[in-house]
Design a protein around this ligand. Sequence first.
Ligand SMILES: *[C@@H]1O[C@H](CO)[C@@H](O)[C@H](O)[C@H]1NC(C)=O
Ligand SMILES: *[C@@H]1O[C@H](CO)[C@@H](O)[C@H](O)[C@H]1NC(C)=O
Length: 260
Amino acid sequence: MKLPVVASAFSASLLSSVGAARTFTVYNGCPFTIWPAMFTGVNQATASPDFTTGWAADAFTAVSFAVPDNWTSGRIWARRDCDFSTNPGPNSCLDGGCNGGLVCDPSTGTGVPPASLAEFTLSPSGAPDFYDISFVDGYNLPISITNNAGCPAPVCAVDLGPNCPAPLAGPFDSTGFPVGCKSACDANLSGDPTFSPNCCSGQFDTPATCPVSGVELYSYFKDACSDAYAYAYDESSESALWTCPAASQADYTITFCPPA
Ligand SMILES: *[C@@H]1O[C@H](CO)[C@@H](O)[C@H](O)[C@H]1NC(C)=O
Ligand SMILES: *[C@@H]1O[C@H](CO)[C@@H](O)[C@H](O)[C@H]1NC(C)=O
């Protein structure tokens, strides 16, 4: 457990009244280097972890950092095949790259799809934690979210790249191996991302008007990885959005390439 140094100056009662920090661990279980990244939503005055927004993770290494209880809009993903030596930015990686290069811009540094996401909404007010694995922006690495509180632990241990349907496959590395599988929305299968049942956009922008049945190749993702969001309104699967009681004060581990 690694708490910010400043926490030691607070009394226990003050800590509990303002909310304590959680410990998040990001583990690279892949047998190659990845570049994890973190983004905090900017549309609300939200607290953010006092930790870098992008780093290199060698194979089988982990980092842990404190996350405030009021991290109400956070996401963690990882980038593949990066080279930041020239013109660092969103195109420095084959997928998942961000504005900023190695360290993602706190305001605009969301990942370039496709990227498997771990998403978190913590709450300081007694509401439960909400968290999920999302392939709404496509897939680029197997991923799991585990916790120390006995709460649900969504996992997608399958590499969805090699069998990805041709219209969604890619990008590809220099050997021709698919290092991602795009969402039907990002692949522009329906021809207009602003008005699409794949994107839940335009007239399809509600759960009622954007049913699973309208999402092309939904089952490719959901059949292989039933614990993850396979499209924007996948709550109806009852196997997409997960919760953990606030009282559990859960610590979370995000693993890339979890064991099968
Ligand atoms: C988040 O919580 C900390 C104390 O834990 C507090 O100082 C800070 O103002 C809060 N931030 C927001 C945006 O609520
Ligand atoms: C989506 O596909 C349509 C039809 O091929 C094309 O006209 C449009 O430019 C594409 N949009 C994007 C954002 O790629």
